[in-house]
Ligand binder design. Sequence first.
Ligand code: MSP
Length: 494
Amino acid sequence: MRYITTPIYYVNANPHIGHAYTQIAADVYSRYHRLMGRQVYFLTGTDEHGEKIARAAAEQGKTPKEFVDMGAENFKMLWKTHNIENDQFVRTTDPEHKESVKEIVRRLISGGYVYKGVYEGLYCVSCETYFTETQVEEKLCPDCGKNLEKLGQESYFFKLSAFSEKLIKHIEENPQFIMPKSIRNEIIGFLQQELIDLSISRQDVSWGVSFPADDSHTVYVWFDALINYISAIGYPHDMARFGEVWPAKIHLIGKDILKFHAVIWPAMLMALDLKLPETVYAHGWWMIEGGKMSKTAGNSVDPLELIEEWGIDPFRYFLMRQVCFGEDGNYSLEQFISRYESDLANDLGNLLSRVVSMLIKYQPEYDLSDSLELESKLKELATELDALYDDMKFNLILEKIWELVREANVYVESSAPWRLAKEDPATLNLVMTNLYETLSALAWFIYPFMPETSQRMNKDLGLSKDYESGEFSWPSGGDFSGVSKGAVLFPKKQ
Ligand code: MSP
């Protein structure tokens, strides 16, 4: 079972391309493995507790419950427009999740991992995070730059410090645990400093899961939120189901929340005596003109506007193609348009349109007798891409697919079917069959990234493929009989 998760999104956030990015990557990954007939379970959801949410609700004159219900619906709708096929949507206000959090805290208490103390620190309400004096300058949050509040309060602590050696050992012995490799040393370095225990309860936050054994406290939102990855699949109320799905294959996250996932979360799992996820994969950050995107700066990119104007598939394609997964990326509309026009409209769109027009015009006969070379090339490509999917090398996968698109365009030019139609009908049959089979393979290859485009290509080719599951197969099973011309795949906008 490939269990893949995304972070659960703060329900008060205005979704921007950064959120869409994690989500689309997880969707591409799951669609591909489903296509290959492998078992996948894809979880996403919303993070709904904490002071920040309660304040945002009050500002809108709503109760926290009304506010989070609305926010969760908003995210669900958003993911529909992105064609995200998640198996489950978890909310931290789900009764089962809250019960699970309580039971986990109880187990940690009885295991001796929790004690009562006093927490003094600088707290950022916006990021729900405490910082020590050494981490900050001028009492400003190092993450969001807002003012920090000095808080000293009674709190329950999780003995995080007890796990540093075990964590270092795990990371060193399991090179795939933190990906990409470039960020592993950052976490090892962090663990080699003195790890401090984690305050896991708040007295001043009422919108949260009440702390077992002391209901004057609520559970710290990050502690609550991380538990979603196991509460959603049945821990501890349905252990049979839990056993089928856990451990996670991949926790997909942004690099800003790596410490929560590569330090705190595995320590919690160790304390519960549970297996650790196989990989925590941290992707890079999307920026605008080299700077951070934010609502306050007024520069955040709204995915819905882009999707409305250009369609969902170009948006999915751009995010996956533009940067190497794991590295930061710079968003600009010019780059988006340039990818749309060159890769999509000129390369892929034109190829389909030309080949389909020629099939209709010249009425060649389907003849596979000169396709051996193409067959082995496509099969090799399918094997090569399979390995790249495991490393989440989405941009490389698309690069390889587009090499095939461009080669096919060159093949059209060099074989000149318009000449063959007059001079050599037998060769025309062979050439058009190769082009037809290339397009059918392309529809299969691009499916995880651009499911709608893939379907439209198959329709034009007269292939009724729904891709429920099925590895790459040769030949397509179609002949030319069902070919028809649909609307232009990627219309140019002028
Ligand atoms: N609620 C927490 C996650 C809890 S998981 C147990 C949270 N939520 S978030 O909504 O702020 O962010 C969710 C994800 O979006 C993070 O992985 C974050 O990295 C990602 N992104 C938010 N802005 C981003 C960009 N500008 N670029 C890329 N991803 C970014 O953190």
